[in-house]
Write a protein that binds this ligand. Structure first.
Ligand SMILES: Nc1ncnc2c1ncn2[C@@H]1O[C@H](COP(=O)(O)OP(=O)(O)OP(=O)(O)O)[C@@H](O)[C@H]1O
Length: 850
């Protein structure tokens, strides 16, 4: 990057979800890599690198970034964006100029090593990590857990990096300076993840320009540079300076890796900053020097948002973005006892970068009530990827938005060694660092990462009774059942799924927190029944419905209620992805008997997102056996999924029929009245002063799911904390204008066609044919009805699309389906009977979710 180059928001240009195809997906034969496996014809286990979960995650990243690029000024930044997944994080890099060499070469090496696969689409390509782990040099080279850089470099195979230019090798082996552009992008992305995309949108996206400028070297080893935030709006500038200084300071230090950072109050903020040579002598009383040397004094002021920093000559030994993000996210910095196996270089880095936090955390740890036996944050071996998703989810979850907390690798290692962090400590430590957090963190908000007790050696869940009822997430049983030594050491395994990690970052969800409405009253009643009567009169309880409408909330509520009402029960809650990961790990470690013993001896098994099993055959079979054994012994089983069991087409009849043998409850999106009560409740909890009209307007505008409502409220809350003024209707409209627009899903005729064909197993060609067979004509009529309802297309256009029919055919179809709906007819389609209203709901949910 040239000195003085400006960088706009990171991201990609287009949402290419539909066009993405895998062009290269080498099976990861790397030891310890595959998390998801399948069996080949010879019965051998293979990795399944391109899973639905992977794709979904990638899409999520693209969508999230895409939301930001809507504001990317093309004339200022005309290069194509190129998202690259490295070390579990998605980096957005230009495909030409700036960083292409490094990005492409890094990618080719990672692919060669079988640690990544490439996806491509018309306008962009991306690299996807084949697993959730940190793709580090050492794991590329030695296929094993990261070791010290010197060891990795020593054992590098020349073949691996053959053809890669020196710059890429240097990047891989941590000998290259971190690229200016890359670092700045990493910084911005870390910022987004720390504060959530909606807040970033509101505060930074269009109002702040980041500029990293190289200036003359201060010493022979360091090149100086400075980060300038240009903010035109004076109010915003002052507010950001007041509220975001610590966060920006931390991110600048972590992502831009300055060994010395100078903060200067600058009245010319928002104007061009002179490129005068920066030397330490420029430091004034207003400036702060933070040294990576732990012996140096650490002090900060809240006086500026300009960071002058030297670029490092060496790429940091840990991924700067990952560390920044994880540091901001987990808040797991309590103990200062380093793990014995912690590499020395980590110690040094952590002692300096996390020193201030550790000081706060030590204070928190000494607080009365900081109970070390409280439910803890077992992040011992969380792969960076897990943390990433927790971060991304926080953008949508107001509860987790409040937790831009820190877990340095040091802290993680400390936790691995058995140190624990109580929820309130984590909140306290976060609040101490971020003024916004301290404002937002209510007494009930706690960092809440995992309580499923996994033994790091056994790699299977271990029974553990909660010592703190206000915390804990998924697994618990009576103390007497905790016969494993691992039970006393909470350490989340590396194979914990990203999804679950994300969910675990939220605050505990109770059944009583759910606002009851027509969409969830049956499900809630069934959930209470499961808790009240053990065993319940039905088994399993299967809850299904669209995203973000409270299925996980119900499941977690059941888990917590069960534990409260029946403290002797061994209750285990996890996602299907976690189950798969545990199984894979057990297979790898040859500890299947132990795995089976643990899973088949629980009293209640609660599995979230069971639709995940639809894609993984080997795990499906294992789950079938687990399920059967538990059901036969009358143990409670509760499952959630995004669709009816019959629509889990690959699951197999054995599991589908078992799922259907208990009680199936559909959870529906809340209606207007329920949404109104939800926003009222959540706004009151946040302590946001919002007018009744504004709340009603929000409830009316954001209809698809509760997450949208939460996101909207979160924006309003942030504005409220900024301005300290009551949020009225006009303000709410103004603040949420973009969000409202983005929530509108544009449905195309092809979307409808695809949804119909998928649900009924009809081919598009048949749908457009002249066939009048009922199996084709009824889906066609439904498609036309949906097209009228959800698109702006005229009758003629719709008729043309579905086989060149004229407009009267479409009108007749619309009328016919309307009649079916009025008479609440039953249809037999796609091999099953449907109630027309239920069918419409299913179609619309799938259409809007697609
Ligand atoms: N009826 C409700 N009352 C209050 N909060 C709700 C309600 N329904 C959902 N929520 C909140 O909405 C958010 C999303 O819910 P949850 O994570 O349970 O969705 P989900 O259906 O499991 O979604 P996914 O399928 O994506 O996992 C949570 O914060 C939850 O507390």
């Amino acid at each position: 990057m040239q000195p003085g180059m400006m960088l706009a928001n990171p991201g990609i240009n287009h949402d290419e979800r539909d066009q993405q195809q895998t062009v290269q997906a080498p099976a990861a034969q790397v030891r310890g890599v595959p998390q998801l496996i399948s069996q080949n014809a010879d019965g051998q286990i293979e990795s399944d690198v391109q899973t639905a979960a992977e794709r979904a995650r990638l899409n999520e990243g693209l969508v999230r970034q895409n939301a930001l690029t809507g504001h990317l000024p093309a004339e200022r930044f005309p290069v194509q964006r190129h998202p690259v997944q490295h070390a579990g994080k998605q980096h957005s890099l230009p495909t030409r100029a700036k960083l292409p060499q490094e990005a492409a070469s890094l990618g080719s090496v990672l692919i060669k090593a079988g640690l990544c696969h490439a996806t491509s689409s018309r306008t962009n390509g991306s690299l996807q990590s084949a697993d959730d782990r940190d793709v580090s040099v050492s794991s590329i080279v030695a296929n094993q857990a990261p070791v010290k850089r010197s060891a990795a470099t020593a054992s590098v195979s020349p073949d691996l990096t053959k053809g890669a230019p020196d710059s890429a090798k240097a990047l891989l082996f941590n000998t290259a300076p971190i690229s200016d552009v890359g670092a700045l992008q990493i910084f911005q992305e870390a910022l987004i993840e720390a504060i959530g995309s909606s807040r970033y949108e509101m505060l930074f996206a269009r109002k702040v320009t980041f500029d990293w400028q190289q200036v003359a070297a201060t010493t022979s080893h360091h090149q100086a540079g400075r980060l300038v935030l240009r903010i035109e709006d004076e109010f915003l500038r002052n507010w950001l300076r007041r509220e975001y200084h610590p966060l920006l300071e931390r991110l600048a230090r972590e992502c831009l890796q300055g060994s010395t950072i100078l903060f200067s109050e600058d009245a010319s903020l928002g104007q061009s900053v002179s490129s005068a040579k920066i030397t330490p002598s420029h430091t004034t009383d207003h400036q702060t020097t933070i040294s990576r040397n732990p012996s140096e004094k650490i002090s900060t002021t809240n006086t500026g948002v300009i960071a002058q920093l030297p670029a490092q000559n060496h790429m940091p030994s840990r991924n700067p973005r990952k560390s920044a993000v994880s540091d901001l996210k987990l808040g797991a910095t309590i103990s200062t006892i380093p793990s014995p196996d912690q590499p020395a270089e980590h110690h040094a880095a952590d002692q300096s970068s996390g020193a201030a936090e550790q000081r706060i955390d030590r204070q928190c740890a000494n607080k009365p009530g900081a109970n070390k036996s409280s439910r803890v944050l077992p992040v011992s071996d969380f792969p960076g990827a897990n943390l990433d998703v927790m971060q991304s989810e926080s953008a949508h979850n107001p509860a987790s938005q409040n937790l831009p907390l820190a877990a340095t690798p040091l802290a993680k290692s400390q936790l691995a060694a058995g140190n624990k962090v109580a929820d309130d400590q984590v909140v306290a430590s976060a609040a101490g660092r971020n003024p916004l957090v301290s404002q937002m963190a209510g007494p009930r908000r706690g960092a809440y990462v995992a309580s499923t007790a996994f033994g790091s050696t056994n790699q299977v869940p271990t029974a553990q009774a909660p010592t703190n009822q206000a915390s804990g997430f998924s697994s618990a049983s009576h103390e007497s059942r905790s016969n494993s030594g691992a039970a006393s050491h909470h350490s989340a395994p590396a194979h914990l799924g990203r999804t679950n990690a994300a969910k675990m970052s939220r605050r505990p969800m109770e059944l009583s927190d759910l606002v009851v409405g027509t969409g969830n009253e049956l499900a809630l009643a069934a959930a209470r029944k499961v808790c009240d009567e053990v065993p319940a009169p039905f088994n399993p309880l299967y809850l299904f419905g669209n995203v973000g409408i409270g299925k996980t909330h119900l499941l977690e509520g059941i888990s917590r209620q069960l534990r409260r009402q029946h403290p002797g029960l061994n209750v285990l809650m996890m996602t299907a992805e976690q189950f798969a990961n545990c199984f894979t790990q057990a297979l790898r470690d040859k500890t299947l008997p132990s795995f089976r013993q643990k899973f088949r001896n629980v009293d209640a098994l609660l599995i979230d997102d069971v639709d995940f099993l639809d894609n993984t055959r080997v795990i499906r079979e294992e789950f079938l056996h687990t399920f059967t054994e538990l059901a036969e012994r009358g143990r409670a089983i509760v499952l959630t999924a995004d669709r009816h069991p019959k629509l889990l087409s690959k699951l197999g009849d054995e599991l589908v029929t078992r799922f259907m043998s208990g009680l199936i409850c559909r959870v529906e999106a809340p209606d207007q009245a329920t949404r109104e009560r939800i926003v009222q409740m959540k706004a009151a909890r946040m302590g946001t002063d919002i007018s009744e009209e504004a709340l009603m307007w929000v409830a009316q505008k954001f209809r698809n799911n509760v997450r949208e409502l939460e996101g909207a409220l979160n924006c309003l809350h942030t504005w409220y904390t900024m301005s300290e003024r009551r949020v009225g209707l006009a303000t709410a409209r103004q603040i949420l204008a973009d969000l409202e627009r983005d929530c509108l899903k544009i449905v195309r005729l092809t979307d409808i066609e695809q949804t119909i064909c998928t649900l009924f197993g009809v081919r598009p060609r048949e749908l457009k044919s002249s066939s009048r067979a009922r199996t084709v004509s009824q889906p066609r009529m439904l498609a036309m009805f949906l097209a009228r309802k959800h698109t702006q297309s005229a009758y003629q256009e719709i008729g043309q699309h579905f086989g060149g029919r004229n407009h009267s055919t479409v009108m007749a179809a619309e009328k016919k389906v309307g009649e079916w709906l009025d008479s609440n007819s039953e249809l037999h389609l796609g091999g099953r009977d449907w109630n027309i209203r239920e069918l419409m709901d299913t179609l619309e949910q799938q259409l809007l979710a697609s």
